[in-house]
Write a protein that binds this ligand. Structure first.
Ligand code: GLN
Length: 203
C-alpha cells in the first residue's frame, strides 16, 4: 500500500492528511528522521518557511530530507513547503535546495491580500483549478530540469515539477479538488483504485 508522509513541524499538515485519507492512501506524520523510512512520498505543508526551516535544523531533519528527495522519494511542497525546497529565496534561511527554483516569498502581498483564482494547470485537465493563495510565493525562475505546470499572466510560475518533486504556491489542500494530490500520488507510484470514492470533487 502506498504510504505518504506529511511533515508535521508547523503549518497546515492536518488538511493534507485529510485529503490523503480521503483518497485512501496510508498517511504517516513525520517529525523524526526515522519516520521517513519506507515512505513512497512526502508532503511539506504550507505555513511559515523560516519556522519550518529552523525546526528542520533543530530536529536534525535537514540531511535526511535531502537524502529522501535525492534518492527518488516523491515530494510535494505547498507554499512554505515549496519555499524550503528551493535553492534560492534571496535571503538567508535554512533550505533543502532540492529544486532548481528561484523564489520570491510573500510575492502577492500580505495576509490580507490573500485571494482565490481559477488556474489553468494543463496536467490536471481542462477544468480550472481553484488556487488559494495565502501570503504566497512566486517562482521567479526555474532551472533547465524543471517544468512549469502553471504560469500566471505576469510570467511568474505558481506550480513546477522537477522529476518526482512538485512545488506549488497555492493551497490545494484547502479546497475540495483532489486532482493535484492525485497527480502527486501518481509521482509516488500510486494508481487510483478502480471505482474508488475519490471521483473528482467539485470545487
Ligand atoms: N509567507 C509564508 C513564507 O514565506 C508562506 C505562506 C504559506 O505557506 N501560506 O514562508
Amino acid at each position: 500500500m502506498t504510504t505518504i508522509g506529511v511533515l508535521a513541524l508547523q503549518g497546515a499538515f492536518i488538511e493534507h492528511e485529510q485529503m490523503l485519507q480521503r483518497l485512501g492512501v496510508a498517511v504517516r506524520r513525520v517529525t523524526l528522521p526515522r519516520h521517513l523510512d519506507g515512505l513512497d512520498g512526502l508532503i511539506i505543508p504550507g505555513g511559515e518557511s523560516t519556522a519550518i526551516g529552523k525546526l528542520m535544523v533543530e530536529w536534525r531533519l535537514l540531511e535526511p530530507l535531502r537524502a529522501f528527495g535525492r534518492s527518488g522519494g516523491a515530494m510535494y511542497g505547498s507554499c512554505a513547503g515549496a519555499i524550503v525546497r528551493a535553492r534560492d529565496v534571496g535571503r538567508e534561511q535554512p533550505l533543502l535546495g532540492l529544486m532548481d527554483l528561484r523564489v520570491a516569498r510573500n510575492a502577492f502581498g500580505r495576509q490580507i491580500e490573500s485571494f482565490q483564482a481559477q488556474l489553468q494547470v494543463p496536467v490536471l485537465g481542462e477544468r480550472p483549478f481553484p488556487g488559494v493563495f495565502i501570503r504566497a510565493p512566486k517562482i521567479l525562475a526555474v532551472g533547465p530540469g524543471v517544468e512549469a505546470l502553471c504560469t500566471l499572466d505576469d510570467g511568474s510560475v505558481v506550480a513546477a515539477q522537477q522529476g518526482h518533486l512538485l512545488a506549488v504556491s497555492f493551497h490545494a489542500e484547502l479546497t475540495d479538488d483532489t486532482r493535484l494530490h492525485e497527480y502527486f500520488l501518481g509521482l509516488a507510484g500510486w494508481r487510483s483504485p478502480a471505482g474508488a470514492a475519490h471521483a473528482h470533487a467539485t470545487a
